[in-house]
Write a protein that binds this ligand. Structure first.
Ligand SMILES: CC(C)(COP(=O)(O)OP(=O)(O)OC[C@H]1O[C@@H](n2cnc3c(N)ncnc32)[C@H](O)[C@@H]1OP(=O)(O)O)[C@@H](O)C(=O)NCCC(=O)NCCS
Length: 408
């Protein structure tokens, strides 16, 4: 059964297949229109299909993104909309489609891949590892601190769009996890939310909010869809703006990035009406997981990384990745990390290194994206380390926990 790139004539059968695979999300007509227009993240040009006797039995989207991991921009394959016709399931076609997607990504030069799983272990077996978390808080708006900087926060207008996108781009480029956003992604985010900006002459932060529909005054909730700021003053100003909405929106729901340390900023981080946990502990945020990351090209991804933890002197590491889907990824690789950057080459004979790491593809992806330190992977029985474990941990340490706010 050959895989082929989709063509415009596939749009209708594709919309029908996805309507069956992901029921209720969109109408058939909306699906077809989105494919034609390529919104929000890519259209028919990113779709691949599998046919059996002239009938479409499987498909996926190989979306093209640039993703910042440890602040380095990497070509990323966004694997989405994997679907198999209802009568062709549990025969290995879903797995085959993912293997094909890995090949499509490698052939066009993608170094990593990200996806949102229907079931994590399915993709883990194919080399993707769960990465990043969001902390979902529901709190009283009056639990947020006020700050004088809120005077610089105002409702955004259409004229603020470029400044919001630029602010996001500056934050993303120094971060760990987010993608660069194209115009059509901004249409998607701004189209379903109301935006506010922190603007003291320059837009240094923004928030995107949705108004909840609960009619009971006590339960009215302001949903914060996204809140990003370039510095603590702008961040504090945006939080203070939310606090000021308390008479209209007594509750706030926000899925914060781990690095925001929101629990430590709230006067009372307990959700309204919470139930105690254990005997004397109480809940704060619910932990959300979603993205899974895979490294498609181990040598390429190592060479593309520019930040290598804290180091006093040059470090040579030996890295071996057992990757059943991409045997070329195995190496072993010799990674020489110097002050000016890193060099990667295939190990010859018994090349000397300060430390060695041997692991599987999913665990390597988690180490690469800062989800797991090599020593923690070893404790879990998912990696072997030889030599200076602390040096290899320091090399792979990232400056902030992984976060990705675009869902595809
Ligand atoms: C999710 C989906 C793509 C899986 O497709 P599929 O073709 O059934 O996938 P596979 O056959 O490769 O694997 C499914 C399971 O069947 C098993 N299987 C494969 N061949 C088999 C066979 N001959 N006999 C019995 N079981 C088999 C696989 O081992 C796998 O189980 P495991 O993950 O527990 O090991 C499909 O169910 C679907 O389209 N779902 C709706 C849309 C969706 O959720 N997409 C995912 C978006 S992230």
């Amino acid at each position: 059964m050959p895989l082929r790139a989709a063509i415009p004539a596939d749009i209708q059968p594709l919309a029908e297949l996805w309507d069956q695979a992901f029921p209720g999300e969109r109408t058939l007509a909306e699906r077809a229109r989105q494919l034609e227009l390529g919104i929000p993240y890519g259209g028919i040009e990113s779709v691949w299909v599998l046919e059996d006797a002239g009938r479409l039995v499987g498909t996926f989207k190989a979306l093209r993104f640039r993703e910042y991991i440890a602040a380095a921009p990497l070509a990323m394959l966004g694997l989405a909309a994997v679907a198999v016709a209802a009568d062709a399931r549990r025969r290995g076609l879903g797995r085959r489609l993912c293997q094909d997607a890995i090949r499509v990504g490698r052939e066009r030069g993608d170094l990593v891949s990200a996806l949102y799983p229907f079931r994590p272990d399915f993709y883990h077996a194919l080399g993707w590892g769960l990465t990043g978390e969001l902390h979902e808080f529901c709190f009283r708006a009056d639990a947020l601190p006020d700050a004088p900087a809120r005077r610089h926060v105002r409702a955004a207008t259409a004229a603020d769009r470029a400044a919001i996108a630029d602010c996001y781009a500056r934050v993303a480029a120094r971060s760990n996890g987010p993608i660069a956003r194209a115009e059509r992604a901004w249409d998607h985010h701004l189209g379903q939310t109301r935006a506010c900006v922190y603007d003291d002459g320059r837009t240094r932060g923004y928030l995107l909010a949705r108004y909840g529909r609960d009619r009971a005054p006590e339960a009215r909730t302001l949903h914060i869809h996204e809140l990003l700021a370039e510095d603590d003053v702008a961040y504090g100003g945006l939080l203070a703006w939310i606090a000021c909405q308390r008479d209209q929106w007594p509750r706030v729901r926000y899925q914060a990035r781990a690095a925001e340390l929101l629990a430590l900023r709230l006067r009372d981080p307990r959700p309204p009406g919470y139930r105690p946990a254990r005997r004397l502990w109480f809940p704060t945020a619910r932990v959300l997981r979603g993205p899974m990351i895979r490294v498609l090209d181990v040598a390429g991804a190592l060479a593309a990384r520019t930040r290598w933890g804290e180091r006093d002197h040059a470090l040579t590491l030996r890295i071996e990745v057992q990757d059943a889907e991409v045997p070329e990824n195995r190496g072993p690789w010799i990674l020489e990390i110097e002050r000016t950057g890193a060099h990667v080459r295939r190990a010859q004979g018994t090349a000397r290194a300060h430390a060695g790491l041997a692991t599987d593809a999913a665990t390597f992806a988690q180490i690469y994206a800062g989800e797991l330190l090599p020593s923690a992977a070893a404790r879990l029985g998912r990696a072997q380390i030889e030599g200076a474990a602390d040096a290899i941990d320091r090399a792979f340490r990232v400056h902030e926990p992984f976060w990705l706010l675009d869902e595809f």
